[in-house]
Design a protein around this ligand. Structure first.
Ligand code: C2E
Ligand code: CA
Ligand code: CA
Length: 768
């Protein structure tokens, strides 16, 4: 499993984007943090500065107040003494006080001058410096109203010292005489604006700060000198402080944002950060790539398998290399779904071997035609002896035959119809150009049969002529839905197959079909008839020449829910075909034995005749079972006569022969039924030890002289062979009289009694 170049490029690209995003996000967060930090820095600085300046000013005011009330100073000023005239100790005291004050104010570098001035303008300065000519009244800051401000400190506006050109603010306190209130002098502190600015600017060490102090309405003083306007950089933080000096002077602080945010150290940190992130990012990407490969391993393996699967299915060499794995997967899943769809469609609707539409497709085609009410013929075709070809020549030969048959049929049909494979060797043609039976017959004969005159050649050069049988059912004439049409064409094909004519095409015949269906129903119902107790036994008396009842014949009837009441001629032959007659036969014998006590006439036993079918006699243990039943009901088999048919004696079946012999052995009587209707010769009568010969009704029906002569001769031969005769179908007195005259032994017929139910028979016997 190796990733394609495209996939690798994609992964690297993804990684690069990942690193880039990582750095950018981090940068943004960092920037945000720095700006917030800077804001915090400058805000805390100016707040701290503001409160510090206020405290300093308070301290100044306090100090100046103290100085103005100093006793020595006031006394000296009252006595109008010069400083020089002061006694040494007084001088020292003042100097000492001044030094203490200086010490107190040492931290305020912008204050370096403290004066005590007398009226003469003499100035007492700390550190024994004496200034003269300090004329209070002519000072630039002096205002008339100040003179009225006794016991109050005055903070002057910003003014320019004439001698030095320096800008200053002075804190002044006038000193008055305690005794007469006369102005004696003043105590003055000078605040040097430039020093104050320098102090502010330098004191802020986390960035660059420019302090502006307003000196008049249109000028500011800053570290660069006097400026008319403050050149504000929009990004910078600007704070305006009002009245911190207690004189209304505006102080503006402009913090250089750039310098606070990106201090040198931070710039270094930023650089290192980018390097670390890039290196870490590359490592992450490599790890990610590895991780993806490990994670994708099973998917890639499946991808390889899917490629093989697709190649096998489509039998095509796909070029996957141009695409990355995701595109390949997309392509494969798409192709596979289409491919499977096609395959599934063909599996569902087409036959693998012959490639013909299959049964499902047939249903669809027919239903479509039926929906559109289009007339068509369904031709059911079954190959003859296909099993034989498979068994003898092998399955591949069978397959070849099916394929060959299919393609030839397709060729014949052209656009006249569609051939579909129904199952094994059964094909169904949907002939949608059907006009009438004649046209189809012509087409079948002239096109299809002609085509199949040519034999097919199997692998071993064996030539085989394809033969088949066909049955046609036409929509809508023969059926209204697919199943009906299939059943009927199948049925017709089956009839065609049974006929000896080869390659025959039969058309559906409703009468035959209904008959067959009825037979099928009968056969079907017969299976459960004994179990459901649907049979009823009727008894027909057989009389002697005096008309006395000597025998009865048991005749079966069937009462079925669906089929109604049926006489034996309607179902016995089918029961024989299906073999159900065997069980029915045992049931009859058992019924007779069970009711044997009813068969007595004035204490004399009446012989009971039971019809047995040749099929019953083919059962090896038939007699064994009969004996078993007779024993069960304690019936002597001598009183039972079994009527067999001519076919039994004609068909020289050894089992049948044995059974008849065994019946004879156990004392049962045997009668040959319907004598004269078949081909039984007298030699057979000799062979089988028979007791009774039943002369068929046909000889007496016509009442002709010849017939009676035949009856007479038959009777004579029967007597010769030690057999008694029963004449069947005696319907008139005349017939009875003639037959009596002829010397026949027993008589049976409507003239005496019709077959009747057991209770009726009992009554009948009693009445006679
Ligand atoms: P079969 O054995 O020859 O029975 C005589 C048939 O002739 C009976 O018809 C009976 O009703 C009818 N018959 C009797 N006297 C007259 C008459 O004077 N005039 C006319 N026209 N008919 C008469 P059935 O009962 O319909 O039986 C028909 C056949 O069915 C029987 O012919 C027999 O071959 C067969 N069969 C009847 N019962 C059984 C049975 O239990 N087992 C077997 N295997 N076959 C039976
Ligand atoms: Ca009979
Ligand atoms: Ca008969």
């Amino acid at each position: 499993m190796i990733f394609t170049r495209k996939m690798n490029i994609k992964l690297v690209l993804m990684g690069a984007i990942f690193i880039f995003l990582l750095i950018v996000t981090n940068g943004i967060l960092m920037e945000y943090a720095l700006v917030k930090g800077a804001e915090f820095t400058y805000k805390s600085y100016y707040k701290e500065r503001m409160s510090k300046l206020k405290t300093d000013m308070d301290l100044l005011q306090h100090v100046i107040e103290g100085l103005s009330q100093n006793n020595i100073i006031v006394k000296m000023l009252e006595e109008k003494r010069d400083f020089n005239e002061l006694f040494r100790n007084e001088k020292n005291g003042i100097i000492f006080d001044g030094e203490i004050i200086e010490e107190d104010l040492k931290s305020l570098i912008f204050i370096n001058k403290i004066y005590i001035i007398n009226k003469k303008g003499q100035c007492l300065f700390s550190k024994d410096e004496i200034k003269t000519n300090y004329d209070l009244m002519s000072m630039p800051w002096m205002k008339e109203e100040y003179l009225n401000m006794k016991d109050e400190n005055i903070v002057t506006e910003v003014y320019k010292e004439i001698n030095t050109d320096e800008y200053k603010v002075s804190v002044v306190r006038f000193i008055y005489s305690d005794s007469n209130g006369e102005l004696l002098g003043a105590a003055i502190f000078d605040i040097y604006i430039e020093d104050l600015i320098k102090f502010y600017n330098l004191d802020f060490y986390t960035g660059d700060l420019e302090t502006y102090i307003k000196i008049n309405d249109y000028e500011y003083i800053c570290s660069k000198g006097i400026v008319k306007e403050i050149e504000r950089n929009n990004d910078n933080y600007v704070v305006s402080l009002n009245d911190v000096l207690n004189n209304g002077t505006e102080i503006i602080l402009e913090f250089d944002k750039e310098s606070i945010v990106y201090v040198k150290e931070m710039k270094e940190v930023n650089g290192i950060r980018i390097i670390i992130f890039s290196v870490a990012g590359i490592i992450y990407v490599l790890l990610l790539n590895k991780l993806i490969k490990v994670t994708f391993k099973p998917i890639m393996k499946s991808l390889d398998k899917l490629k093989v699967l697709l190649d096998n299915l489509e039998k095509n060499n796909f070029d996957f290399e141009g695409n990355d794995e995701f595109k390949q997967l997309d392509f494969i899943s798409d192709s596979l779904s289409k491919c499977f769809d096609k395959k599934i469609q063909s599996l569902i609707y087409y036959d693998e071997l012959t490639k013909l539409p299959n049964r499902k497709m047939l249903v669809k085609i027919c239903n479509d035609l039926i929906d559109c009410n289009i007339q068509f013929a369904l031709i059911f075709i079954d190959l003859n002896k296909f099993k034989y070809i498979n068994d003898v020549f092998g399955h591949s030969a069978g397959d070849k035959l099916l394929v060959n048959f299919s393609s030839r049929m397709e060729k014949c049909l052209g656009n006249k119809g569609i051939i579909t494979r129904y199952s094994g060797d059964e094909f169904i043609i949907v002939y949608n150009r059907y006009k009438d039976d004649e046209e189809l017959k012509e087409f079948y004969k002239n096109v299809i049969l002609k085509e199949f005159e040519e034999p097919i050649i199997l692998n071993n050069d064996q030539k085989i002529k394809v033969k088949f049988s066909g049955g046609v059912a036409v929509y809508p004439r023969d059926g209204s839905n697919f199943n009906e049409l299939i059943d009927k064409s199948d049925f017709t094909m089956y009839s065609s197959k049974k006929s000896s004519e080869e390659n025959r095409l039969l058309f559906f015949n409703n009468d035959i079909y209904n008959k067959i269906i009825k037979i099928e129903n009968i056969k079907n119902e017969l299976k459960t008839a004994v179990y459901n107790n649907e049979f009823i036994l009727y008894y027909q008396p057989i009389v002697d020449v005096e008309g006395k009842i000597k025998k009865v014949e048991v005749l079966i009837r069937w009462n079925n829910n669906k089929l109604g009441f049926m006489s034996p001629n309607d179902f016995i032959s089918y029961a024989e075909e299906s073999g159900d007659i065997i069980n029915i036969g045992y049931w009859i014998i058992e019924e007779v034995c069970k009711n044997f006590d009813k068969f007595y006439n004035n204490g004399n036993v009446i012989q009971v005749s039971i019809n047995v079918s040749p099929i019953q006699l083919m059962e090896i243990n038939f007699v064994e079972k009969v004996i078993e039943i007779a024993k069960k009901y304690n019936v002597d088999l001598c009183n039972i006569c079994f009527e067999i048919t001519e076919s039994v004696v004609l068909d020289e079946n050894i089992t049948v022969y044995d059974n008849i012999y065994l019946l004879y052995k156990v004392g049962a009587k045997i009668a040959l039924d319907d004598f004269g209707t078949g081909y039984a010769s007298f030699s057979y009568l000799k062979k089988f030890k028979l007791d009774i010969l039943k002369i068929d009704k046909i000889f007496i029906d016509n009442c002709s002289e010849v017939d009676y002569k035949i009856v007479n001769n038959v009777k004579n031969i029967a007597h010769l062979l030690n057999m008694k005769t029963v004449v069947e179908g005696v319907e008139t007195e005349k017939q009875f009289n003639i037959l009596k005259e002829l010397g026949c032994d027993y008589f049976q017929g409507y003239y005496f009694a019709k077959p009747m139910k057991l209770n009726e028979l009992v009554e009948y016997i009693k009445s006679k």
